[in-house]
Design a protein around this ligand. Structure first.
Ligand SMILES: [Zn+2]
Length: 400
């Protein structure tokens, strides 16, 4: 019997098994009925596959109730594998260690100067990963993969980091390869907006929603798009660059070379500039949000105007993609309703009604942890399916 002929009984079974595993891995826990719904497989097929996975120790099945009825909840076994997340941010390095059952076992963040060289940055990431693995009680060979977040675009072909406003000295470096070589683990790389989207999808405000956009407003503006439960990146990896929608052809020059991009109206540098003359103390985006919440009129105005502009971009995005939920993340999201309500007003004005009707616009619930948790989810989403069965090799080559 040929084991791997496409279309053969065994390859079909294997494909079904992988679909079930992926669904459970991304959701954390599902009833068998939910697995059937999300994979499109029949109840009988799901039941057989779950039995097989339970016998091999890959999943655990527990009694639960669903809508008042008894049901059995399926989740991955805690020792099915360990995943690691690493997030290089604006001023921090954050690392988390978790298992495939969605438990975060260790997590730590340390301040990192933006002037730090890539070499130093990766050395610190390496030692923090090693320390947290030890703390969680796992040997490095238990790690299925590492998710790595960087605050800039990754070239799909070379894996190199494009120009970034946040870590200027890192341009041209392939962060996945660097970290993979140091750790001897498979590393998956993505930008911070995509990871924020994955983090909120799996752990936060996007749970249970398969079509969403995560909009991160901090020093720059980016978005991560989830379509059908998966990140949409586009062939060049640039999907979701909402910050460079043109709002005003005669507006300020943007770092992308165009004029009047959304980012030039709502990026932190531009917002802080607006307050230069009226506020003599040194402001950060966080302190502007804080002042606004204390009633400072200038700061409230700046945040409301930013919300209106973001809403214009969100309306365009909704007309094109029709997501069910838009999740706001990044420093500006801390302003809550001060920024969300003007966003909703703009969307109501500019989006076509059928795109806006089922849309909810909400703040992220993970705050600064969204990216590192998204890095854990990235491994769960992208890993070779056999990884969940414990057969992964320690491939040293990074994917991105
Ligand atoms: Zn631009």
């Amino acid at each position: 019997m040929s084991m791997d002929t496409p279309g053969s009984q065994s390859s079909l079974h294997r494909a079904n098994l992988e679909r079930v595993l992926r669904a459970v891995r991304m959701a954390g826990a599902l009833t068998q009925a939910e697995i059937a719904r999300s994979t499109g497989l029949s109840a009988a097929t799901v039941s057989n596959i779950v039995r097989e996975l339970k016998e091999s120790g890959t999943v655990v099945v527990a009694d639960t109730s669903s809508g008042g009825r008894r049901a059995r909840s399926v989740s991955l076994s805690g020792d099915a594998g360990i995943v690691v997340g690493v997030d290089f941010g604006h001023s921090h390095l954050r690392v988390a260690v978790g298992n495939l059952a969605h438990r975060v076992l260790a997590e730590e963040s340390e301040p990192m100067n933006v002037d730090v060289s890539a070499e130093q940055g990766f050395a610190r990431a390496e030692s923090l990963v090693e320390r947290l693995l030890k703390q969680a009680g796992f040997r490095p060979d238990k790690v299925i993969g590492v998710g790595l977040g960087v605050p800039g675009p990754i070239d799909v072909e070379t894996g190199a980091l494009g120009s970034t406003a946040i870590l200027p000295g890192w341009t041209g470096i392939a962060p996945g390869r660097e970290l993979s070589a140091r750790l001897g683990m498979e590393v998956y790389v993505d930008n911070d907006a995509n990871l924020g989207a994955l983090g909120e999808l799996v752990w936060g405000a996007g749970r249970g929603v398969s079509d969403l956009a995560y909009i991160k407003v901090a020093s720059g503006v980016g978005s991560g798009l989830v379509i059908n439960g998966q990140i949409y990146r586009g062939p060049g990896g640039t999907a979701g660059e909402i910050g460079h929608i043109t709002l005003d052809e005669a507006g300020p020059v943007c770092r992308c070379g165009n004029r009047g991009c959304l980012e030039t109206f709502v990026g932190s540098r531009y917002l802080l500039n607006l307050l230069n003359a009226s506020h003599d103390r040194e402001l950060t985006l966080s302190s502007v949000v804080q002042l606004a919440q204390q009633g400072d009129l200038g700061c409230r105005r700046v945040i409301a105007d930013a919300g209106r502009q973001i809403g214009t971009g969100v309306a365009t995005l909704c007309n094109l993609l029709n997501p069910r939920r838009v999740i706001l993340g990044g420093d500006l999201a801390e302003a809550g309703e001060l920024v969300l309500s003007p966003i909703r007003d703009s969307v109501a004005r500019y989006a076509i009604p059928s795109a806006a009707r089922q849309l909810s616009i909400v703040p992220g619930t993970l705050g600064g942890r969204a990216e590192v948790l998204g890095a854990l989810a990235l491994v769960m989403s992208e890993m070779g399916e056999t990884g969940a069965l414990g057969h992964t090799g320690q491939a040293a080559a990074a994917r991105g």
